[in-house]
Design a protein around this ligand. Structure first.
Ligand SMILES: [Mn+2]
Length: 307
């Protein structure tokens, strides 16, 4: 089993990548069941313990970046935790390896890893943007389709947001319109994305700095997606008492961007994003929240592996 070898052999980047490339259908199923078991004990809004915390943005199939991030966790002590903001799958070349690596981390260190749901952890999205196709190519059409359903069953059980000990709110997209307190997010039916409007907006909304302050407006991503302005963020902060917001969902060349006087931080942890045939290069980052509560945006060296 891949989990036993991962725990017992502390593999190098190359060895871990080889283990992931050779993963069996039986191993994938065990990983999914183990992680689902851990997720059953988590709330829709995860309340994180006080610890040095690394927040990881969109991964989108960049296995070299994901291996470097995994190494940070493996080498960090029990006082260090990681929160993944979602978008593990779609777009990149090694999306199956990336989600399996994150599942391996979650199965091995359930108390030190929090996996949030991104807008690509929705079957209507990852059925069309690469994940289903990659699974069918790797495991065959029939088994690939079965696994695709199993992964999406797990995705339905992922928490939607987290909050750190010092009040930093973590979510994939952004703040939703019409929320009066964190208890409303805590009570969301997390499996109902995109049916539930508030769950949907948590995974899809984007912050926008504008000359003329606004609350919410229709977003360019289409559908029911929205942009939130500084006025909406002021109001959300007042109603929820959060100190800051860290989110993913958007790629910026430097891998991060601050909004609204450094109260909102957007983070991206993949080196590239494919939009159809167009590939955009990013300098990926992670965010460290240290024990004093400071946010530190950190660059990291992707694993030197032959992909
Ligand atoms: Mn996204």
């Amino acid at each position: 089993m891949i989990i036993d070898r991962f725990v017992e052999e502390s593999p190098s980047h190359e060895e871990l990548f080889a283990l992931l490339r050779a993963i069996s259908i039986a191993d994938v199923k065990v990983l999914i069941y183990k992680v689902e078991d851990a997720l059953a004990r988590e709330r829709t809004l995860v309340r994180l313990p006080a610890a040095e915390t690394f927040v990881i943005g969109d991964m989108h199939g960049d296995i070299a970046a994901a291996l470097a991030i995994a190494r940070q966790l493996m080498e960090g002590g029990p006082g260090m935790q990681q929160v993944f903001l979602g978008d593990y799958v779609d777009r990149g070349p090694h999306q199956v390896d990336v989600i399996n690596l994150v599942l391996l981390l979650k199965a091995t260190y359930p108390g030190r890893v929090t996996m949030l749901r991104g807008n690509h952890e929705i079957p209507a999205v990852n059925g069309e943007n690469g994940f289903r196709e990659c699974l069918e190519r790797q495991f065959g059409r029939e088994d690939g389709a079965i696994l695709w359903h199993l992964y999406n069953r797990l995705f339905m059980r992922l928490p939607l947001a987290a909050i750190t000990w010092n009040g930093i709110f973590l979510v994939h997209g952004g703040i939703p319109e019409g929320v009066n307190g964190l208890h409303e997010i805590e009570a969301l039916p997390r499996e109902l994305v995109p049916e539930n409007r508030i769950s949907f907006e948590l995974l899809w909304n984007d912050p926008v700095e504008a000359k003329h302050p606004f609350h919410f407006r229709k977003g360019p991503r289409g559908g029911a997606t929205k942009q939130f302005g500084e006025l909406a963020f002021d109001e959300f902060q007042e109603r929820t008492n959060i100190s800051k917001l860290i989110r993913g969902h958007e790629e910026f060349n430097e891998g991060f961007r601050f909004f609204f006087g450094e109260r909102v931080l957007s983070i991206f942890s993949s080196r590239r994003v494919l939009h159809g045939v167009f590939e955009r290069q990013i300098r990926p980052k992670v965010v460290k929240i240290d024990m004093a509560g400071n946010l530190v945006v950190e660059a990291f060296e992707p694993a030197a592996i032959m992909t």
